[in-house]
Every structure is written in structure tokens, then in C-alpha cells.
Design a protein around this ligand. Structure first.
Ligand SMILES: [Zn+2]
Length: 285
């Protein structure tokens, strides 16, 4: 295991592409210490960018936020956690209910306590009770972790995990660091507002659900950059919609500017066009 100190920020290329960032695939998975007993975990998923989980080690157990995308990948993550602590995994916050973060959850301990919004509980067909409000605090044996619902963003059931003492905010798929805004099940304009709410919290380091974990100062700059990208994508699609283009034509003509360099642009660009068209046309409920 590469128990790395967080990535150096000086001169660091800002990208989600591991090779451009100076990594080899054999460098993964990476466990990145964020604070005492708080770790980020990056592993590579297809087609070659990172999925990030968070784990917090308390005096009587481990809390995980988001898993990985297959039984094999989540087993690997549990193996890496076991190298840090022998304590059992007791809590699991569903930041994103999408398969690339949950498809391996069957290998979590059977008695794990889920913290999940009603929306994501339904998506995952979980038997566990859902949150009844917008905030649920977990005392992970000496460390407080708050699951916060800041509104609909990438999935509709999005939770972020806030560690108020450590000033860390794990944002799951609300923050896709240098990955083109992925909107298949998103609420584009509401998502921009959710990022505004996150930026108002007392946070030193914002941790993404995809892309790389950054040093604190860079993490805020990159979250702002991600929000700027979302605004730019929404503005470009709105411009094309006003011209009366079909969604297919708009997808062909869209000029994503600097964001055409971001991971997944070819796959996610046309999806974003359709979703923003739906929003403009009032089809997004
Ligand atoms: Zn994902």
C-alpha cells in the first residue's frame, strides 16, 4: 500500500488523468492521510480515473463514506483499511448511490449501519431506515462525522460528509475534480447551488468523489473551478437551446472551451446537453 502524504501541490498538474499527474496504474490504490485517523482512498475505475472513498477510524470502529464499483474493488479497499486498523467497519454513509460507488457493498459487514437519504435508500432498495432530516451526526468513537444533505446535485440523494473539527468535507459526486460534469441523473442548476452551500461551511479541504484528492488550498480552488465548469456548461447549452437546435445538434456544436480537456468529455458532453435541455423545458421534476 502506498500510504502517501497528500499529493504535493507545488507545480502539480491539475487533471484527473493519472498519467499526466505523474502516476502509474501500479500506484493504486492509494490511501492518503488527511488528518489523524482520517483517510482518503483513491482507486482506478474504468476508463482510467479515480473513484475516491473516505474512511474514519474511531476508538470503536471505522466509518466509510462511499464504496467502490465492484465486489473485488470494495474487498481491496477493506483490505487496505485493515492495514491501517484492525477495527471493524461499523458505519457507511451513502454519498452517491451510483453503482461505481456501491456495487461492491455486499462485502461490507452484514451489521453495518447505513446513513442514507430516503431517495438513495429507494434507489439501492436498502432495508435500513433513512435519514429523517438533512443532517445526521455520527460519533465515530471520538471523531464527529456529519452526513449532510445540501440538496439535489449529481444523484438526487447526495450526501456529503463533514468533519467539523478537522475541517474536511468529503463531497462524493457533488465534486468531480477535473472530470466533465456528469449529469445522467443530475439536477444541474440545483447542483451549482449545493456547491455554494458547501463553500460556506468552515472547511479547509474539500475531497472529491472522482479525480484526485488535493492539498487544502488547491482543493478549494478546484471546487470553485468545478463549479465554474458547471456554470459554463449550463450557459453553453442554454445558448444552443435558444438558437432552436435539437439536443443532438447542440451536442455536436457545443463548445466546451477549456473543459474539453477534462476526463469523460466525449461520454458526458451529450448527456449534459440532454439533461440541461430537460431542465430548460421544465421536464426535470
Ligand atoms: Zn461515480
Amino acid at each position: 500500500m502506498a500510504l502517501a502524504l497528500a499529493t504535493p501541490s507545488a507545480g502539480q498538474v491539475r487533471t484527473a488523468f493519472p498519467d499526466k499527474r505523474g502516476f502509474k496504474l501500479s500506484d493504486f490504490p492509494r490511501t492518503v492521510k488527511l488528518a489523524d485517523n482520517v483517510y482518503g482512498y483513491e482507486d482506478i475505475r474504468q476508463p482510467g480515473f479515480t473513484t475516491v472513498s473516505l474512511f474514519v477510524v474511531g476508538s470503536d470502529g471505522v466509518l466509510i463514506v462511499d464504496g467502490q464499483g465492484s465486489v473485488e474493488a470494495t474487498k481491496k479497499m477493506l483490505g487496505e483499511i485493515a492495514k491501517v486498523t484492525p477495527k471493524p467497519v461499523k458505519w457507511y454513509i451513502v454519498g452517491s448511490d451510483h453503482g461505481d460507488h456501491t456495487a461492491g457493498n455486499s462485502v461490507l459487514p452484514a451489521d453495518v449501519t447505513y446513513i442514507v437519504t430516503p431517495f438513495s435508500k429507494a434507489q439501492l432498495k436498502l432495508a435500513a431506515p433513512a435519514m429523517t432530516g438533512d443532517k445526521q451526526a455520527v460519533n465515530v468513537g471520538g471523531i464527529e462525522v456529519q452526513a449532510l444533505y445540501l440538496g439535489r446535485a449529481h444523484t438526487g440523494g447526495d450526501l456529503v460528509a463533514y468533519l467539523p473539527k478537522q475541517k474536511i468535507l468529503f463531497m462524493s459526486e457533488v465534486f468531480l475534480n477535473r472530470v466533465f460534469p456528469a449529469m445522467r441523473s443530475a439536477y444541474p442548476t440545483e447542483w451549482v447551488g449545493v456547491i455554494d452551500k458547501a463553500l460556506k461551511l468552515d472547511v479547509d479541504r474539500f475531497v472529491p468523489g472522482h479525480g484526485f484528492i488535493e492539498e487544502p488550498k488547491v482543493s478549494r480552488e478546484e471546487l470553485l473551478e468545478y463549479q465554474k465548469a458547471m456554470r459554463a456548461v449550463i450557459a453553453e447549452v442554454s445558448r444552443l437551446h435558444k438558437l432552436g437546435l435539437s439536443a443532438d445538434d447542440a451536442a455536436k456544436q457545443a463548445d466546451w472551451g477549456p473543459y474539453k480537456e477534462w476526463f469523460l468529455v466525449d461520454q458526458q458532453g451529450p448527456i449534459a446537453v440532454r439533461k440541461i435541455y430537460d431542465e430548460i423545458e421544465g421536464k426535470l421534476k
